[in-house]
Design a protein around this ligand. Structure first.
Ligand code: ZN
Ligand code: ZN
Length: 418
């Protein structure tokens, strides 16, 4: 058997504990920044496999490093956190966990984004590489990050001296389980996930009596004009060949029909696929808000508060081609093109901070016959639960086998030197 065949055959040895671990993680989900149990389990296993393991990076982040002679350094990443969602899958390993969120509220928690799949697959790959050291050379970094859902987990690890803890990688690789047929892997060169920004804008008027508008500056009118103008930005300022989304998701002002309020709050969500457009659109938002405030004679400058910010995920073309080539062998026609996704991720904060190229691919998690049936009926959107849905739960197999094999195959494209 070739080295890659040896490595891939290792899945037969890890499958049983991976399935057990997956069910365990699925029924014990933890909110962003609270991944204590999950990270302990990960660290325990990495140590037992001989990885030099560091815990508590950026809160609950864990990194294991396995050195196996001279050769490339490959970083594999998984995220660990779950969501404040009440699971409705009805599975016997479904979550009934509740937890206290940052605001102090008791909320249901579920692995509705499949990060339990990512953890299980990366631990499986780590196990297999550690038991087949004759088949590869180099250094493997297994990185488990907290708080992907809040967009600040990767940044937290970077800011907590990640670069001083791990050797400098040559490449960084990550994957996400998505709502397409289980068993498939999808690669995509270039921008694969959008950058996302949320902005809370506070604009000021002068409050007063509803019957005396001449004595007031009405923030309802001001906010409404801003909302309309912001909805024109994409059609008039973004090239027709580019894409972006700018949504005014919330506009709140006032309390009563005969009271003119003294301020309004708008909440905006922005999605872009390249940094230049992102910069231009943020500038357009601030320009329009400031100009409308001035046009209304607002007594105080507007305030901008940015939150839930996710970087652009733009896959390196050469790295993606190398991974796609590697996938062609074990996966055959199950290796597909993913296509651009409108979701966002913070994974790229890690390779960007370390100055290394990366690629991020998707693995399918949906039962194949269910998917085929929905596709035939033209009801994929209606019948297939997507990530973050309370009904989202990937089928265990072949999802875990595929995600584990994908991690091994991609890393081996660097670590096996023939
Ligand atoms: Zn998610
Ligand atoms: Zn996710």
């Amino acid at each position: 058997m070739s080295a890659i065949e040896n490595l891939l055959s290792g899945v037969d040895d890890t499958r049983a504990w991976q399935e057990d671990l997956y069910r365990d993680l699925h029924s014990h989900p933890e909110l962003s920044h609270q991944e204590h149990r999950t990270s302990e389990k990960i660290a325990e296993r990495l140590k037992a496999l001989g990885f030099t393991t560091t815990s508590g990076i950026g809160g609950t982040g864990v990194v294991g490093v396995l050195e196996n002679g001279d050769g490339p350094v490959v970083l594999l990443r998984a995220d660990m956190d779950a969501l404040p969602v009440r699971e409705t899958t009805g599975l016997d390993y479904a979550s009934d966990v509740t937890s206290t969120n940052d605001e102090g509220d008791e909320v249901p928690v579920a692995h509705a984004c499949g990060h339990d799949v990512h953890v299980t697959c990366l631990l499986g790959a780590a196990d297999i590489f550690s038991h087949h050291t004759a088949d590869w050379h180099g250094t493997l970094i297994a990185l488990f990050q907290p708080a992907e859902e809040t967009g600040d987990g990767a940044r937290g690890m970077v800011d907590d001296n990640l670069a001083g803890i791990v050797p400098q990688p040559d490449v960084a690789l990550a994957q996400h389980v998505l709502a397409f047929p289980s068993g498939q892997v999808g690669t995509q060169p270039g921008p694969v996930l959008s950058a996302a920004d949320s902005v809370r804008v506070t604009v000021y008027g002068r409050g007063g009596h509803g019957s005396m508008p001449q004595a007031t500056i009405d923030p309802v009118v001001l906010g409404a004009l801003i909302a309309i103008r912001l909805n024109i930005v994409v059609s008039r300022e973004v090239a027709p060949t580019d894409t972006a989304v700018l949504t005014v998701g919330s506009l709140v002002a006032g309390t009563k029909s005969n009271v003119i309020a003294d301020h309004a709050i708008l909440q905006l969500n922005l999605r872009t696929y390249n940094d230049a457009t992102r910069t231009r659109m943020i500038a357009a938002i601030e320009r329009i808000v400031k100009a409308e405030c001035e046009a209304s004679d607002s007594p105080k400058p507007p305030e901008f508060e940015y939150f839930d910010r996710f970087p652009l995920t733009s896959n390196d073309d050469d790295i993606t081609a190398k991974v796609a080539d590697a996938f062609a062998q074990p996966f055959g026609d199950r290796a597909i093109t993913l296509g651009q996704q409108t979701a966002s991720e913070d994974f790229s904060d890690i390779p960007n901070a370390l100055g290394v190229p990366y690629t991020y691919w998707g693995i399918g998690g949906t039962d194949t016959s269910l998917y085929a049936k929905a596709e035939k009926a033209g009801r994929v959107n209606e019948d297939i639960p997507v990530n973050h849905s309370p009904n989202f739960a990937p089928v265990i197999q072949p999802t875990l086998d595929t995600g584990t094999a994908a991690m091994i195959t991609a890393a081996a494209a660097w670590l096996i030197v023939s």
